[in-house]
Ligand binder design. Structure first.
Ligand code: NDP
Ligand code: 2IT
Length: 449
């Protein structure tokens, strides 16, 4: 391996010993760009890699709040402002008990490359808290969001850093965060957060964007191999924002979605998932996916007992992991291949372990990498920022058309770069190469900063 590359990877491992997810994300990208480094010896002198793997700034803070019983709870808040190279810091907020610095950093790192692929002027960031929204009342969610924003507000701004949603943060949370930000700043700064409701400056189709975008990307990837979504069986892990709208669009293209999941288990409905029911359970009642059986007793529920998610044991043509990182393991990849899977497209961030990705690629499965395939969410966030700046609204159809064009272009970029660098069909490498080239060029242009 290139000596410079080896040294930087070793340094990252040494400097971040307790951050396995971050190291995993860095290694995946760096191992894809060896040929670019061979072509550009000046990248070593300019310390391009060292600068790319070191966040510009990490903010951690205390988030104290009072629950409904009157008890004081203290959570930890994060914002990793990873890179402002090509635009204001941009990326979601995650509220989940597993949140820690490693997860925040891997997500922020991935975001830089994803945002570069959209072709839009947005840098990379991620934030969140180890707060667990499950089982909390609406008032508890509001008080938590207000306390979180009471610290975060001083670090963000519509030209500085623009957070949005991620796991555990949707329209409700963005509303409470925005309300508190506006109150503290005494100004309506619409573009400071994206994923807002339409009534106060949100964009039509942002809710649908990540899931729809994933299917547009999948459509293009299949098309490049003379395949399509029509009559294909699809399994989708998760049942949150990304999973629900991936399901909706996949069905729109003539596929049959037979399974979805949450962190407790999965449902299998051979007649095709009843999506309005999933929306009712997850978006309205905030319940568990098992409740699907109350209306469809003929469906099956398989509880998750070990490390591997049972959903990947179900025979499918297309698998869409849309829940969380490392949810699709090598064992799961082997099961999918054994059952004849043709494509895996990542709706979640880094859902396949490195071993799983390698196995899928080695066995001829098409892999749509997260930083390309799920970029539709953040791309539409940038379209929301545009509408906020020009104080105007685009129709649903206009936004969806722009999203479709962006996803189609992202796929084309991944394909062309994979071909140019001698790994045709490997869109994981293609995405990393394309994004890295753009970022390295911008870094060279801006001097040592
Ligand atoms: P939601 O909170 O709406 O839904 C998350 C879903 O994933 C839930 O079904 C949840 O189940 C499941 N899940 C979460 N954590 C785990 C876990 N540790 N193990 C098993 N299942 C889990 O989040 P989103 O749909 O917004 O996000 C899903 C994924 O997509 C994340 O990886 C996110 O980073 C990524 N993403 C999101 C974008 C967006 O615009 N929202 C954009 C691009 C990527 P349960 O309810 O049981 O916790
Ligand atoms: O991972 C992601 O790209 C997101 N959670 C969306 C980020 C955004 O700023 O819309």
């Amino acid at each position: 391996m290139n000596e410079y590359l080896t040294r930087v990877i070793n340094d990252v491992e040494k400097k971040n010993p307790n951050e396995p997810e971050f190291i995993q994300a860095v290694k995946e990208v760096l191992c894809s760009v060896e040929k670019i480094l061979d072509k550009h010896p000046e990248y070593k002198e300019k310390a391009i890699l060292e600068r790319m793997v070191e966040p510009e700034r990490i903010i951690t803070f205390r988030v104290p709040w009072v629950n409904d019983k009157g008890e004081v709870i203290v959570n930890r808040g994060f914002r990793v402002q990873f890179s402002s190279l090509i635009g204001p810091y941009k990326g979601g907020l995650r509220f989940h008990p597993s949140v820690n610095q490693s997860i925040m950093k891997f997500l922020g790192f991935e975001q830089i490359f994803k945002n570069a692929l959209t072709g839009l002027p947005i840098g990379g960031a991620k934030g969140g808290s180890d707060f667990d929204p499950k089982g909390k009342s609406d008032n508890e969610i509001m008080r938590f969001c207000q306390s979180f924003m009471t610290e975060l507000y001083r670090h963000i701004g519509q030209d500085v850093d623009v957070p949005a949603g991620d796991i555990g943060v949707g329209g409700r949370e963005i509303g409470y965060l925005f309300g508190q930000y506006k109150r503290i700043r005494n100004a309506y700064e619409g573009g400071v957060l994206t994923g807002k409701a339409i009534s106060y400056g949100g964009s039509l189709a942002r809710t649908e964007a990540t899931g729809y975008g994933l299917i547009f990307y999948t459509r293009e990837m299949l098309k490049a191999h003379d395949k399509s979504l029509i009559n294909k069986t699809v399994t989708i892990s998760g049942s949150g924002n990304v999973a629900i709208y991936a399901c909706e669009k996949a069905v729109g293209y003539g596929a049959k979605v037979v399974a979805m999941s949450d962190s407790n288990g999965c449902i299998y409905d051979e007649n095709g998932i009843d999506l309005p029911l999933i929306k009712q359970i997850k978006e309205v009642e905030r319940g568990r996916i098992k409740e699907y059986l109350n209306k469809h007793p003929e469906a099956k529920y398989i509880e998750k007992t070990g490390e591997d998610s049972p959903i990947w044991e179900i025979k499918t043509d297309i698998a869409l992991p849309c829940a969380t990182q490392n949810e699709l393991t090598l064992n799961s990849a082997k099961k999918l291949v054994e059952n004849g899977v043709i494509a895996v497209a990542e709706g979640a961030n880094m859902p396949c372990t490195q071993e799983a990705t390698d196995y899928l690629l080695e066995h001829g499965v098409l892999v749509g990498p997260a930083k390309a395939a799920n970029a539709g969410g953040v791309a539409t966030s940038a379209i929301e920022m545009t509408q906020n700046s020009i104080r105007y609204y685009y129709s649903f159809e206009e936004v969806e058309k722009k999203l479709d064009n962006i996803m189609t272009n992202i796929f084309k970029t991944c394909k062309e770069n994979a071909e140019e660098y001698g790994c045709a069909g490997n869109y994981v490498a293609g995405a990393n190469i394309a994004a890295f080239k753009k970022l390295a060029e911008a870094m060279c242009a801006q001097g040592i900063v």
